[in-house]
Each structure stands twice: as structure tokens, then as C-alpha cells.
Design a protein around this ligand. Structure first.
Ligand code: SF4
Length: 186
């Protein structure tokens, strides 16, 4: 598909997300957060849901944990124009609670359309919520640093950066995971 057509498709998806009322989270959000990055990104990073800063700005991964994720991505040698970052939910759950099944089910078609349009080489799932919604439940201790092939896609799993902020030892674990990812992308 032509890049221009794909850009138009992605914009269309993002416009729909910004005005979406498919679940109750639209009532409490300030801004929906569709995601950020070019349509020809080779790696897609998927987290859990927007937090306070993301809700405020409409941009993904801009709070404390987002800054950590972005710095780990940069350390792994991936440029901003090579990655697309988004999450399972596009609207913030109140007090950052875990997404409800009904909310992730309502929101999933947007993510599926983003994946189809961007068609990345690898989809990096950060944290248990992203992993269980895309490829099924895994224990993070077993899952992190591993690739998974399924539904015609290549996935890579790691911790959510918020977990690394709570437990700083996980920062090095994530760094090592991203190093593996980087080697595979060469
Ligand atoms: S979380 Fe998803 S389904 Fe729910 S209102 Fe936001 S964009 Fe729509």
C-alpha cells in the first residue's frame, strides 16, 4: 500500500479515537491518546494505558515512566522516526487503575487497525496487560526478553517502565531485554 494512503488511514483511525465514546472512559478523560510515530515505523511499542500526563497532553509515554521507556528505546539505538508508541487503552482509566476487560475489548479494534496499517517488523509488548491482551497470559519473569511468533506477527516482551520505576533493578533487566531486541533488528 502507498505510504500516503497508509498515512491517511492512520490519521483516520486517530481521528476516530479522539472522538470515541465506545466505553465509559471517555467521560473522565481529558484527551484520548491514539499513539505517536510514523506509519512506516519498524517497531511498535505497546503499553497499558495513558496516565495523568498523557491524558493532559494527548501524547503517549510522556510521564515519568514514558521518559524511561523513551530513553531505553534511544539507548537501544532506535531513532524516534523508527518507532510507533501506543497502548492497549487510548483513554486514561481513573486513578490509573487496571483496564477492565470490557474496556480493552472495546478499544482493541483501534489497536488492531493500527497494527495492520503500520505493519511493523516487531511488536514490543511492555507489561502484563499488553502481553495478555495481544498474545495471552505469560508470567513476566518468563516472558521478558523473549520473542514470540503468533498470528503472523513477531512479538517481543518486556516489563512496563512503571514497574522499573517502582523497582529500579528492573531498569537493568529492561536494558538487557532491549539490547537483545536491538541485536535482532540489525
Ligand atoms: S478507551 Fe478506547 S474504547 Fe474507550 S473511549 Fe477511549 S478510545 Fe474509546
Amino acid at each position: 500500500m502507498l505510504k500516503m494512503t497508509r498515512e491517511k488511514d492512520l490519521k483516520q483511525i486517530h481521528d476516530e479515537i479522539k472522538s470515541c465514546k465506545k466505553c465509559a472512559l471517555h467521560e473522565t478523560r481529558l484527551n484520548a491518546v491514539p499513539g505517536e510515530g510514523p506509519v512506516n515505523a519498524k517497531v511498535m511499542f505497546i503499553g497499558e494505558a495513558p496516565g495523568a500526563k498523557e491524558d493532559e497532553t494527548g501524547r503517549p509515554f510522556v510521564g515519568r515512566s514514558g521518559k524511561l521507556l523513551r530513553s531505553l528505546i534511544a539507548e537501544a539505538g532506535l531513532a524516534e522516526d523508527e518507532v510507533f508508541i501506543t497502548s492497549i487503552l487510548k483513554s486514561r482509566p481513573p486513578k490509573n487503575r487496571t483496564p477492565k476487560k470490557s474496556e480493552s475489548e472495546a478499544c482493541m479494534p483501534y489497536l488492531e487497525r493500527q497494527i495492520e496499517t503500520i505493519n511493523p517488523q516487531v511488536i514490543v509488548l511492555v507489561g502484563g496487560v499488553a502481553i495478555s491482551n495481544l498474545i495471552g497470559p505469560w508470567k513476566l519473569a518468563d516472558a521478558h526478553g523473549r520473542f514470540y511468533e503468533g498470528k503472523g506477527r513477531t512479538y517481543f516482551m518486556s516489563y512496563h517502565p512503571a514497574a522499573a520505576l517502582r523497582n529500579p533493578e528492573l531498569k537493568d533487566v529492561m536494558r538487557a531485554d532491549f539490547e537483545k531486541l536491538k541485536k535482532d533488528l540489525r
